[in-house]
Design a protein around this ligand. Sequence first.
Ligand SMILES: *Cc1c(COP(=O)(O)O)cnc(C)c1O
Ligand code: SF4
Length: 346
Amino acid sequence: MITLKHISAHQSSITSPWPDGEWSSELALAARDAHSLLRAVAVDPEQLSEPLDPSSSFPVLAPPSFINRMQAGDPNDPLLKQVLPILREQQPETGFVNDPLAETDPNSGFVKAPGLLQKYHGRALLITTPACAINCRYCFRREFPYQQHRPRNHQQALDAIAADASVTEVILSGGDPLLLSDEHLLRLLNAINEIPHVQRIRIHSRIPIVLPQRITQGLLDALNQRCQMIMVVHSNHPQELNSQTQRAMACLQQAQLMLLNQSVLLRGINDSATVLSALSTKLFTQGVLPYYLHLPDHVAGTQHFFVSDDEGRAIFAKLQKILPGYLLPRLVREHSGAESKTLMNE
Ligand SMILES: *Cc1c(COP(=O)(O)O)cnc(C)c1O
Ligand code: SF4
């Protein structure tokens, strides 16, 4: 059980610079179609080397604070490319499918309760919400059937975790779990905290990067738990990190969270040892250690970002020559049915 004493013990040292309402106003101002996104970054559609897809079924979503980190007027900006829908997404490509990991196949055995996936020993993953604060074109869950995994509450999932003493870590995923309200998140975290065999709660979120204003005092208080807390943020390019992300990370660190980063290796965005090295180094200045560098999955609509195993290994080998070991992420690919992510850097 979480106690108020426990909360107040850390409170004096944590100060979020952002008032409660700011992140929702920021999100309300997000670009939600290709043309307003291009206008916001001062790029003329004529400048683009690829035709746009103005009516994608996976909608555009990019908050202003993320757009502000793009280079105005640059049609090839690495942040812009992560969120701009192009027609090429519609081109079918052999081997690229909606759910390459068969995560959602009821016969896969991964779905332990509505919204609860367990593929690996000791770690259960809770789908908390389908929504994100940004829509990344390369997303491996862009076609995830959230409707089927959207329980009205998490009771069945919590019961399943409580009934299995081998689960020592609960991962909050989504969508983006930090889009939940403070109250909802606190209720969920408290409930997980009450399960005695759970030692760690890990939150996978791109929000500290794309919507740092979400790291409010209320959130920091909710994150103060008996369990060890880990935040795995998601940044792909050093240009995504600025003084706002720096402040968000400092708050999370003061709230006793261990900060890790995962990236996706993306063609045309960060498929270079120079960019990845700058990313690792900059993450470290903000208190974040590189964790995973994912080779992209074979997801329909994302084939133009794809990097092959051999290309990935070649980039990684260069990266390894220029970085200290502790700044090297683990290069991984996910194979459905495997008992862990597959390490590719060997
Ligand atoms: C990636 C993943 C995890 C976490 O794996 P780690 O190697 O512990 O980071 C857990 N559950 C599922 C379903 C995953 O896809
Ligand atoms: S934040 Fe993560 S889950 Fe959401 S769209 Fe981007 S990659 Fe997908």
